[in-house]
Design a protein. Sequence first.
Length: 309
Amino acid sequence: MNRDHSPVSTPAGATAAINGTTGAATADVTTDVTTDASAEMRSVALALAALADPTRKADAVRALNPAALTLDVARVWEPPQDYPGRPLQPELVSPRALKRRSMHTPQGRVALLHALAHIEFNAINLALDAVWRFAGMPPAFYQDWLRVAQEEALHFSLLTEHLAGLGCRYGDFPAHDGLWEMAQKTAADVLARMALVPRTLEARGLDASPPMRDGLAQAGALEAAAILDVILRDEIGHVRIGNHWFRFLCESRGLDPHEAYRVLAEHYAAPRLRGPFNFDARRAAGFDEFELAALTASEAEAEADGEPG
């Protein structure tokens, strides 16, 4: 296959028919997109990642028809200056600056759901970023991550609609930028991205979701608990996709996946994971027994070193 890896600017001049209609302008996107049969999947992903309005972004991603998109796996795209597209709020602060609130109070539950909405908004951008950024992968890679983006957009919509019923908008609370910071660190290497975003940071949600879900249910927030059930179900699949492509890349580069992960986690200063771990969900997401045992050993080492949980 002849692959032209020279960078090109984002496409211009196409119609902005994100929601399936033609001729609609996209005021805050430097890239015009179309979802008709002439649209190219990776350029559409970049354009949608550049959208700043979170509701428009989520709605547009959910409205995509992947089967109607063409695919150019060779093109290398350059993002616009203000990338990714994000609203002015929430204010982004250090994780240590965020207040911990109890799920036993209405305000605490709203703050928790807002934090989850922020994670899902970032996850939309992360999945779209994987689609447009990494050239030369098999077509199934791009199809997988576009499907992930659509599911993350659904999660964001479910959470923000529920928050609206509680009198809260996305952006009302500060948030941190940990997920996107790791995306920036791994922007030059798809193997590092697969290792450290879906398999590490996003996989933490597999561990955190069940106790959060149970806490919400015990507090009587049954609708919110049901949303977390949907999120956990889908996130198992997302992490499994990350595991699949991580192992695919390791095999193609002649690397042992366990050693490759250790080296990448050290090189990129990935956070040391702490339990309790949801081993059933992690097994369903494609982690093997060696990896699960390594989690337990790492936690024991952290406790011996006196690291806080």
